[in-house]
Ligand binder design. Structure first.
Ligand SMILES: [Zn+2]
Length: 145
């Protein structure tokens, strides 16, 4: 990886596996200007997880999930940090589903609603109100959890 400041070559000076987020954390130092920065190696989910859609499956977009979670949490003070944590939790749970790598949109909504429900009731209600698939039988299923 090139240095973000001068474009010089860098070397890894420290590396750790982060089990919770399934990422590799690395500290890098530029061989030229000696700047230090951190990188995270993570699985590219859009190439390994798919969502059923009319026509052909669509790649799973972490940014879309994050945006929906952020909207649900919008009136909370730490909404960006919380949305990132909740998105990671949802992804972990999605990756444990037997149906992966091809998920149904309502599975993603149900897992997300369930995680939000355990975190903040107001955010959960806001999320459910935005997702038609959660109203009706699915909402009753989520509400019991
Ligand atoms: Zn540099």
């Amino acid at each position: 990886m090139k240095c973000i400041y001068c474009g010089g070559e860098t070397e890894v000076t420290n590396s750790r596996a982060q089990k919770r987020s399934n990422q590799i954390w690395r500290r890098r130092q530029c061989l030229h200007c000696k700047s230090i920065f951190t990188t995270h190696e993570a699985i590219e989910l859009s190439s390994s997880l798919f969502v059923e859609a009319k026509g052909s499956p669509k790649p799973f977009l972490t940014d879309l999930l994050f945006t929906e979670v952020l909207l649900a949490l919008q009136d909370r003070k730490n909404c960006y940090v919380e949305a990132r944590e909740i998105t990671s939790t949802v992804i972990r749970q999605l990756l444990s589903l037997p149906d992966k790598p091809l998920l149904k949109p309502h599975q993603i909504s149900e897992v997300t609603a369930n995680v939000l429900k355990h975190f903040n009731r107001r955010a959960w209600l806001r999320y459910v109100a935005e997702h038609d698939s959660l109203q009706g039988p699915a909402l009753q299923r989520v509400a019991r959890l």
